[in-house]
Design a binder for this molecule. Structure first.
Ligand code: TD3
Ligand code: ZN
Length: 307
């Protein structure tokens, strides 16, 4: 069933687990993510970014997700990831999203507050919850202490941001970044900062850039010709710790892309006579589904859809 994003996260926060938000761009992704949720009996957030909207079309993607959600035996929230402006937010509200993110993290504090507050006004009129972001996601290596401080979420500012905007969830910057190259050296997250934010902020917290970039996926893709030197993500233990410290939503995109692409490469390389898209994309979406299932178990959302 289609549910409000806010409700999913409040329950996760209360019970101490996290709901995965998995990005999709097409039907393969939708099948993989919802298939995993059913098999794990897990609540799930299907995330669609502005890039995905440009690729797949807003109405078509939204209709597909809502149609699947109707008959789904587990709760699903349809979420706009990294909404860039109020027009995108409005279009998604119109299309039946049950959760939206407005990302003003690149703006000066007051401008981020103003933009986010407007998104909250629009969305709350329709009973839709809003995620805002404070602090910027960026590689933290080769940065001075001052530069890091400027990028990571400030706990006192976070408290003020939530109070001034009325957001239902807050994305924080504690050292993660998007993509497959998150660290050059040892993976490090600022857990102390997360604790301080948690002490001051009541609403559920969100971790972006949370893919683990598992070695098996990088190796499999590389075996069949991919070139991903230095790819590195967030260790699973770090994610568990972040969830124990109050993260209630974890965003995953890169790991799904890697699993999908590694499998497409494998099929093409090992079955050169194959040209039926179903025989190529079928195994790929199956691999993607297995990754989503593992995330659900790691985040503690497996089995939460019942009782
Ligand atoms: O918001 N997202 C998904 C879009 C980013 C493009 O990769 C995330 O925070 C996912 O982060 P990750 O670690 O999967 O790249
Ligand atoms: Zn993100």
């Amino acid at each position: 069933m289609l549910v409000s994003g806010g409700e999913l996260l409040l329950r996760a926060r209360r019970e101490g687990y996290a709901v995965g938000a998995f990005n999709i761009q097409n039907l393969e992704g939708l099948w993989a993510v919802t298939g995993a949720a059913v098999e794990e009996r897990s609540p799930v957030i299907v995330a669609i970014s502005p890039g995905a909207i440009r690729y797949g079309g807003l109405r078509l993607l939204a209709t597909a997700v809502r149609t699947v959600a109707e008959d789904l035996p587990v709760p699903l929230a349809l979420h706009l990831d990294h909404g860039e402006d109020l027009e995108t937010v409005s279009r998604c509200l119109e299309a039946g999203f049950t959760s939206v993110m407005i990302d003003g993290s690149h703006l000066p504090f007051q401008e981020n507050v103003a933009l986010t507050r407007k998104a909250v006004e629009l969305a709350h009129q329709k009973g839709v919850s809003v995620e805002g972001e404070l602090g910027r996601l960026a590689g933290m290596e080769e940065k001075s202490v001052e530069e890091r401080e400027a990028l990571l979420t400030d706990p006192a500012q976070a408290e003020e941001f939530v109070r001034l905007t009325g957001v239902d969830a807050l994305a924080v910057s504690i050292g993660t970044s998007h993509g497959a190259y998150k660290f050059k050296g040892e993976p490090r997250l600022d857990f102390e900062r997360l604790k301080l934010v948690r002490e001051r902020v009541e609403v559920p917290l969100v971790l972006h850039g949370a893919s683990s970039v598992p070695p098996w996926a990088v190796e499999k893709a590389s075996r069949y010709g991919a070139q991903l030197p230095g790819a590195k993500g967030i260790p699973e233990e770090h994610l568990k710790r972040a969830i124990s410290l109050g993260i209630a939503k974890v965003n995953i995109d890169t790991d799904l892309r890697l699993a999908f692409t590694a499998t497409v490469r494998e099929v093409l390389a090992t079955s050169p006579g194959e040209f039926d898209p179903r025989k190529i994309l079928g195994p790929a979406r199956e691999a993607m589904k297995e990754v989503v299932r593992e995330k659900m178990r790691l985040f503690g959302s497996s089995g939460r859809a019942v009782g």
